[in-house]
Ligand binder design. Structure first.
Ligand SMILES: Nc1ncnc2c1ncn2[C@@H]1O[C@H](COP(=O)(O)OP(=O)(O)O)[C@@H](O)[C@H]1O
Ligand SMILES: [Mg+2]
Length: 242
C-alpha cells in the first residue's frame, strides 16, 4: 500500500503540496487527476524518494520513504516501475535493449535469463515483432508500450504512470488503458496513474482523486466520481470532458 498523509512541499516560492493525503490499496489502480501544474508529478516523485516532503508522511508498505538510506531507496525502486510520458526511451538502443536496461543495471540474472524475461514482457505488450527497431522509427503508442515493458521487466509490485496517454489518439489510448488494466488484473500490480483523460480514469481506474490547491479535493470510486456533482469531478469526468 502507498500512503501519503498531510504531505506539504514548497518548491521555489510556491506551496505545491499543502496537506495532501491519499492511499493506494494493494492490487488497485488509483487515478490522480487535476489541473496542470498542481503537483501530480511532484507527488509521484515523493513516492520514489526523489523529493522529500517538508512535513507529513510518505509510506510504502508501512515504510517511511523520506528517511530511507540509499540502499533502501534502491530496493524500493526495484519494486516500483515508473512509466514516463512518451516512454522516455533511449533513441540509440533498440526496443529490446531499452527494455533489458533495468535488469542489466539492477539484477544478477544471466544474459539468457534477461533475454527470456525481456521477450516475455515484449509479448505481453504485443511488441515482440518490433524488438530490433529503434525508438525514432516506431509510433507513439509503440514507444509507450515499450516504456511499459521496461517498467514491468523487473516484475515490480507497483507502477507509477505519469500521463500514459498524453499525445496519443483515442484508439491507441484505448489500447494503453486496456493494457494498464491488464497489468493490474494479470500481474496483480498496484498502480498510481496520473492523467487528464476521463477515458483513462474510467477504463483502468478503481478510485479517482482530484488534486487542487495542494490537496485531494474530491475522491471516490470511479462510479461515485462519475456521478458526483462536485464541480471539479464534473470538469474532469462529466460528459463534456474527454
Ligand atoms: N524542482 C522544482 N523546482 C521548482 N519548482 C518545481 C520543481 N518541480 C516542479 N515544480 C513546480 O511545481 C508545480 C507542480 O509541478 P508538477 O507536479 O510537475 O505539475 P503537474 O500536476 O502538471 O504534474 C509546477 O508549478 C512546477 O513548475
Ligand atoms: Mg506532470
Amino acid at each position: 500500500m502507498i500512503e501519503l498523509r498531510d504531505v506539504c512541499k514548497r518548491l521555489g516560492s510556491r506551496q505545491i503540496l499543502d496537506g495532501l493525503s491519499l492511499r493506494v490499496e494493494k492490487g488497485m489502480n488509483y487515478v490522480l487527476m487535476g489541473p496542470s501544474g498542481t503537483g501530480k508529478s511532484v507527488t509521484l516523485r515523493h513516492i520514489i524518494g526523489i523529493l522529500k516532503p517538508d512535513s507529513g508522511s510518505v509510506r510504502v508498505d508501512g515504510q517511511e520513504v523520506p528517511t530511507m538510506d540509499r540502499e533502501q531507496l534502491m530496493a524500493l525502486r526495484r519494486r516500483m516501475g515508473y512509466l514516463f510520458q512518451n516512454g522516455a526511451l533511449i533513441n540509440w538502443l533498440t526496443v529490446e535493449q531499452n527494455v533489458a536496461l533495468p535488469l542489466e543495471e539492477h539484477s544478477s540474472l544471466s544474459r539468457s535469463a534477461i533475454q527470456d524475461r525481456v521477450h516475455e514482457v515484449l509479448r505481453m505488450v504485443a511488441l515482440d515483432h518490433a524488438k530490433e527497431q529503434f525508438p525514432p522509427s516506431i509510433s507513439g503508442g509503440m514507444k509507450l508500450r515499450a516504456g511499459l515493458a521496461r517498467a514491468l521487466v523487473t516484475q515490480p509490485e507497483y507502477v507509477l504512470y505519469d500521463e500514459p496517454n498524453a499525445g496519443l489518439d483515442p484508439i491507441i489510448s484505448h489500447q494503453i488503458h486496456q493494457l494498464i488494466a491488464e497489468v493490474r488484473d494479470r500481474l496483480g500490480v498496484t498502480g498510481l496513474i496520473v492523467t487528464h483523460s476521463r477515458a483513462c480514469a474510467t477504463q483502468c481506474g478503481d478510485r479517482i482523486g482530484i488534486i487542487q490547491n495542494g490537496k485531494i479535493e474530491v475522491e471516490g470510486t470511479v462510479a461515485e466520481m462519475v456521478a458526483s456533482e462536485h464541480p471539479l469531478a464534473k470538469a474532469f469526468l462529466g460528459g463534456g470532458s474527454d
